[in-house]
Design a protein around this ligand. Sequence first.
Ligand code: PRT
Ligand code: ZN
Length: 223
Amino acid sequence: MSERLTIAIQKSGRLSKESLSLLNACGVKFSINEARLIAHSTSHPIDLLRVRDDDIPGLVMDGVVDLGLVGENVLEEVALERTAVNENADYKALRSLDFGGCRLSIAVPRESDYNSIEDLQNKRIASTYPYLLQRYLKNNGIKAKNVVLTGSVEVAPRAGLADAICDLVSTGATLEANGLVEKEVIFRSQAQLIQNANPLSAEKQAMMDQLLPRIDGVQMAKE
Ligand code: PRT
Ligand code: ZN
């Protein structure tokens, strides 16, 4: 029986459509059944595992899947978290992709007078990315309190839960709509193709040797 290469992608969200389009453009076809976790390619011995983006780095690091398509923001946050708790955080970064672009930024309410990062000393900052935030604050000599929220981060200041937020920004419309102003860009992100750190079997590696040049071709054609 031939071995199947497994790729974890985001089930539904900002990276889903472009992850599938990329594979499609490489000639790897899928017919997706929305209710199913796994999708088998109809053209190649490749399976997709459709999961929440937050689960993708861990699945790759643990070798549950061979490859993953995920935002660098989630990848780096998970890697920092796993390192902190002595879990394996190794992976192989294969390609930076031309979608999912955004930045992780600190923003404060429009009315607060903010001159420099020093103004965050001892303040409460709401974020879904406590490890990336803490690393940035530590590098800048700031001690602040992390208010960890997995959603509605942008309303935390108005709700009196935090003095500032640290969230993903692309157009800036969400910050604007919530009366917040972007002050510090702490991380820039794009979608990444990652692989488990251990060598693939010869059969799987042969598939990768075909797939990677196609990915490069698709990326180049879009430039
Ligand atoms: O369900 P699941 O956990 O899989 O999805 P999710 O809700 O955690 O993630 P999703 O689909 O929102 O985002 C997936 C990935 O897309 C992120 O991890 C980033 O790598 C990337 N990405 C790119 C973004 C954005 N741009 C983005 N703008 N992720 C989120 N946003 C949000 C941001 O959090 C804020 O609420 O969009 C809002 C800001 O957008 P603007 O345009 O108003 O600035
Ligand atoms: Zn998520």
